[in-house]
Structures are given as structure tokens and as C-alpha cells.
Design a protein around this ligand. Structure first.
Ligand code: IMP
Length: 501
């Protein structure tokens, strides 16, 4: 007879936290959100890689490119660059993150001199940046030919088909800095010459970075930035269980700090084979996460296979239709609670702590706190990050409001068949994700700061100031459908709209 779980499976919104005693030390400024990313042994001083905030960005085309990776690493989190692209392109994104240093930014908007004012405006609309590098081949590291900023054109006076070469500030008029310039020196040049952006070029006059006036101050404001010993940002990369023999070496060579097998269902021999390949070739020096699983058995299989962390969640993603299409999955809260218990049990048995990541389904900021309280060591978010300036997708105006595009890896748009394929035809036979819009929400920094402030405040209400204590001491209660109604405003008529999230 089939196995039946005795209880229905639950998700985040069906739970609430019950406050604990708040002492004088429980204030948001005292809260540390530091958390382990990869496994470590009992008694080891420090986890080999820790996050400074418990957030990683989803392995998705619409979420994790190099721009978002740098922005998130500045806050103390980590991106996993999407694997549903060619090995060369993924490695190039990793390389760009690793070659961008704090305060030095790889150019995000690039055109050739043959582009038009219309192209400049379209690029600005698309990614929000007003400085456009004009390079020989429109790449961020091409030979520098000029610069366009909003000071170079007036939309009211100029035709939009005028070529860039006619109004850009040409190379010979640009003040630039050589490759070896330090951030302090760059900042001095910016102030002495009243610049907004300083291009840094190599000895062949290829563009390497920009240093922006606004970023210098901002750089000082990122005490939690996640960096390696050479002050380069940490970055992860998605791999799959098909082409790992080629993809893994390319990503390791590009400098990826941690890998993650990206699969919709990870309790499979293919994940073990992928980990075996990595262990044989690199031993423990290359870190790799695995998943996704939703129960104890799945966790134990991947932990024993040698995964450095295990990702939890099937069917809860905002763009996900796996449960509707295939009838597999589990409420995210139930999955997390069971897997967290399995992780603790495994730690007791073996002395190895394998962190778990709650992947998908975080809608409200309080879901973050709940997921951590339920035992997650860190959270993977897709929709959340897709809404920000730094995500790779287009910002569009739809029905009078700005939106960003967001599509699932199992949608026809992404065609990430490696994530779903179990052999047979190498193509998506059916979709497991949708192509959608999400409300545009501004900059990553502002949003992450606000969300985590809420998490910290709630932790203080629970009487804890770090994640391990939240996991140990949180008191969670299931709520009835009727008390969910009680939780929103009720029996009043709103005078103004807004508030809430
Ligand atoms: P979100 O944060 O709720 O948007 O969920 C993001 C997560 O959904 C990702 O990290 C993946 O685990 C999962 N996911 C991404 N694309 C798809 C898809 O097309 N179908 C099902 N799940 C997906």
C-alpha cells in the first residue's frame, strides 16, 4: 500500500511565530544574520564559506546574471549564475563577477558609435543606467571610443536617429585611469576633475571598469560585502547533471566559489554521479550544493552523496506549475520542517552539519523569518530579486505601472531542459513554469535592507539575535483559516490605500 502522510502539508502563511522574551540586548542593531553556506564538521572553528545575510538568488535566466551577483554580494548574499546558457557564456559571467572589485564596476550599458540616440534612450529605459560606454564592439571590455551620459544630448532638440558618434564625448576628451589605479586614487581623480564616472582602461585602451562618484560613498556603506581574500566578490554558479564534465572545469577555472546542481527534483542517482565526478577530480576543494528534495530520505541521500548543502522545495516557486502539471511536490513549510530535523539528526550521527536552503515560495518578508525559524540556514529567492533594477530582464510599462519580466526555467521561454529531463527526448515535452511580469520594485540595496530589517525586528520579538538561536528557540503555531482573516485588517474601511508589505 502506498504511504500516506498523516497530516496535510502546510506552507508559510499557515504559520505564525509566537514571541519569546525580549531582553535589552534584543535590538535589530545587535542581530547577526551570518549563516553557513556549505557543510562543516563539528568543532571546526569556522564554516569554509558563510553568508553574511541568509539570501541567495535563484539559478534563473530572469534573475542571476553578473550585475545582480555583484549587487547581492555587496549586501552579503550570493548569486548562483544561471546554468541554462552556454558553458562559455556562464563562465564569462562568473569571470566578470570575479574581476569586478569593490567600487570598480563593469560597464552594463554599451553601444558602438554607429548606434543612434534612440538606442541610447532604449538602453536607459531598459536598465536604468545613464552612462553608456561606446566601445568598438559594444562589449563592456571593448576598445574605448567614447562615452555618452545624459549631459551629451537633449531629447527636445535632437532627432533620435542621430548617430552616437556625432554627440558622444570622444575618447580624446575623456579623462581615464590606468589598470593599476586604486579606489582611493580613482576617487581623487573623480573629485579633482568633477567627474561622475571614471573609465579605467588597460594598456591597449580597452575598457575595464567604471568608478562612479556615487559608488565610492556607497562602497563604504557595505560592511557586510561577501568577498574572498583578494577582495573579489563571491559568486556561485548553476550546473546540471548532464554536461558537468565540461561545465564544472570551465566554471572552476573562471573562479566560481561554489556550484549548485540545478534540478527540479534532486533525489536521483544523477545528482550523486555529478557529485562523484567533482569529488574525484577536485576532492573537497570545489563546493557543490544539490537538490531539490522535500523529505528526510531525499536529504539523507544527498548528504551521504557528499553535497555541501541541500536545497529544499518542489512546486512552491511563484512561476512554478510543477504541482499542477506532474502532481509532485509538498507544502514548503512541511518540507522544510522535516528536512531540518533530518539535517539535525545527520549532524548528531556524523558530526557533519549540512546546511539547508529553502528554495521558492517566499512572498512576504515574514516568510523569510518563518523559513529560518523552521530550520532553513539560508533562502533562495527568484521573484523577489527579479523585481529589482539589477535583474537581467526588461523593465516595461504595463497598464500604467512599471513591471519586470520574470519567467520560469521550465517555461518554453527558458527551455532549460537539463533541469527537468530524465532521459529520452532532449527537449521540453511539457512546461513546468510560466512566463510572467512582476511589479518593479527599485534597487536591490533598498529592498534587501528593508526586508532584513523586518526579519531582524521579528527575531528580536522572538528573543534571539542570531539565526542558530532562532532555529533552536522559535515557537511556531499553525493558524486556522479563521485566524488568518483576523491577521489582516478587518471590520474597518480604509481611508487610504497602501501599507502592508
Ligand atoms: P520564487 O522565489 O517563488 O520565484 O521561486 C524561485 C524558485 O522556483 C527557483 O529557485 C527554482 O527552484 C524554482 N523554479 C524556477 N523555474 C521554475 C519553473 O519553471 N518551474 C518550477 N519551478 C521553477
Amino acid at each position: 500500500m502506498a504511504f500516506y502522510y498523516p497530516e496535510p502539508s502546510h506552507t508559510f502563511s499557515e504559520y505564525l511565530l509566537v514571541p519569546g522574551f525580549t531582553s535589552e540586548e534584543c535590538i535589530p542593531d545587535n542581530v547577526s544574520l551570518k549563516t553557513p553556506l556549505v557543510k562543516y564538521r563539528k568543532g571546526e572553528e569556522d564554516c569554509p564559506i558563510s553568508l553574511n545575510i541568509p539570501m541567495v538568488s535563484a539559478i534563473m535566466q530572469a534573475v542571476s546574471n553578473d550585475t545582480l551577483a555583484v549587487a547581492l554580494a555587496k549586501e552579503g548574499g550570493l548569486s548562483f549564475i544561471y546554468g541554462s546558457q552556454s558553458i562559455e557564456d556562464e563562465a564569462a559571467m562568473v569571470r566578470r563577477v570575479k574581476s569586478s572589485k569593490a567600487g570598480f564596476v563593469i560597464s552594463a550599458s554599451n553601444l558602438t558609435p554607429d548606434a543612434t540616440l534612440a538606442d541610447v534612450l532604449a538602453l536607459k529605459e531598459k536598465n536604468g543606467f545613464s552612462t553608456v560606454a561606446i566601445t568598438e564592439d559594444a562589449t563592456p571590455t571593448g576598445k574605448l571610443l567614447g562615452l555618452v551620459t545624459s549631459r551629451d544630448y537633449r531629447i527636445t532638440r535632437m532627432s533620435t536617429d542621430i548617430p552616437v558618434r556625432e554627440f558622444m564625448t570622444p575618447r580624446e576628451k575623456l579623462i581615464t585611469a590606468p589598470a593599476a589605479t586604486t579606489l582611493k586614487e580613482a576617487n581623487d581623480i573623480i573629485w579633482d576633475n568633477k567627474l561622475n564616472a571614471l573609465p579605467v582602461v588597460d594598456d591597449q585602451d580597452h575598457l575595464m571598469y567604471f568608478v562612479f562618484r556615487k559608488d565610492y560613498a556607497e562602497h563604504k556603506e557595505h560592511p557586510l560585502a561577501l568577498q574572498d581574500a583578494d577582495k573579489r566578490y563571491l559568486v556561485g554558479a548553476g550546473i546540471n547533471s548532464k554536461d558537468y564534465a565540461e561545465r564544472v572545469p570551465a566554471l572552476v577555472e573562471a573562479g566560481a566559489d561554489v556550484l549548485c546542481i540545478d534540478s527540479s527534483e534532486g533525489y536521483s542517482v544523477w545528482q550523486k554521479k555529478t557529485i562523484d565526478f567533482i569529488r574525484e577530480k577536485y576532492g573537497d576543494t570545489v563546493k557543490v550544493g544539490a537538490g531539490n528534495v522535500v523529505d528526510r530520505e531525499g536529504f539523507r541521500y544527498l548528504a551521504r552523496a557528499g553535497a555541501d548543502f541541500v536545497k529544499v522545495g518542489i512546486g512552491g516557486g511563484s512561476i512554478c506549475i510543477t504541482r499542477e502539471t506532474k502532481g509532485i511536490g509538498r507544502g514548503q513549510a512541511s518540507a522544510l520542517i522535516e528536512v531540518a530535523a533530518a539535517r539535525d539528526e545527520y549532524y548528531k550521527e556524523t558530526g557533519v552539519y549540512v546546511p539547508i536552503c529553502s528554495d521558492g515560495g517566499i512572498v512576504f518578508d515574514f516568510h523569510m523569518t518563518l523559513a529560518l525559524a523552521m530550520g532553513a540556514d539560508f533562502l533562495m529567492l527568484g521573484r523577489y530579486f527579479a523585481r529589482f533594477d539589477e535583474s537581467p530582464t526588461n523593465k516595461l510599462m504595463v497598464n500604467g505601472a512599471y513591471v519586470k519580466e520574470y519567467w520560469g526555467e521550465g517555461s518554453n521561454r527558458a527551455r532549460n531542459w537539463q533541469r527537468y529531463d530524465l532521459g529520452g527526448k532532449n527537449d521540453l515535452a511539457f512546461e513546468e513554469g510560466v512566463d510572467s511580469y512582476v511589479a518593479y520594485a527599485g534597487s536591490l540595496h533598498d529592498n534587501v535592507e528593508k526586508s532584513l530589517y523586518k526579519v531582524k525586528s521579528t527575531m528580536c520579538n522572538c528573543g534571539v539575535i542570531n539565526i542558530p538561536d532562532l532555529q533552536k528557540n522559535a515557537k511556531l503555531t499553525l493558524v486556522s483559516a479563521t485566524s488568518i482573516v483576523e491577521g489582516g485588517y478587518h471590520d474597518v474601511t480604509l481611508r487610504t490605500t497602501g501599507g502592508g508589505q
